[in-house]
Ligand binder design. Structure first.
Ligand code: RB5
Length: 142
């Protein structure tokens, strides 16, 4: 899978670890910034990433801020983006299996590295189930 990743200043510290975990599993990761911990506005990076994911439906996104809330709120303003704020492996796998989420959001101030690794494994190893869930996902956009 090809992933885009972006954060704000409250998600930048964990980003290298997330990139390394994904690359170790054979995924490609494009870092859309920021490259340092200077204060930035999370919507700017959410919108930048969503534009890239929407341009190539074979890709997915990862957005990290302090809580994951601002990133998920911003990303879900884009038609075609289904951004899921997850906290553990269960919510990550359900976001893929039932919601066909294409952007993973979490909070650097909420989850530790071990939980992150289990989130990434659950996300990457869980396909969308389709069927009745496809009907529901199709109803998300108004
Ligand atoms: C930054 O302090 C923080 O507000 C931001 O990273 C995020 O958690 C917002 O939802």
């Amino acid at each position: 899978m090809k992933f885009f990743i972006a954060t704000d200043h409250a998600g930048v510290a964990i980003k290298p670890n997330i990139i390394a975990m994904l690359e170790q599993r054979g995924h490609t990761v494009i870092d859309l910034g920021p490259s340092n911990a200077d204060r930035v506005d999370y919507p700017d990076f959410a919108h930048k990433l969503c534009t890239q994911v929407l341009a190539d439906a074979s890709t997915q996104g990862i957005l990290i801020c302090g809580t994951g809330i601002g990133m998920s709120l911003s990303a879900n303003k884009h038609t075609g983006i289904r951004a899921a704020l997850v906290h553990d492996a269960y919510t990550a796998s359900m976001a893929r299996a039932h919601n066909d989420a294409n952007v993973l959001c979490f909070g650097e101030r909420v989850v530790g590295l071990g939980v992150c690794e289990s989130i990434l494994d659950a996300w990457c190893n869980t396909p969308f189930e389709g069927g009745r869930h496809a009907q529901r996902v199709a109803k998300i956009e108004v």
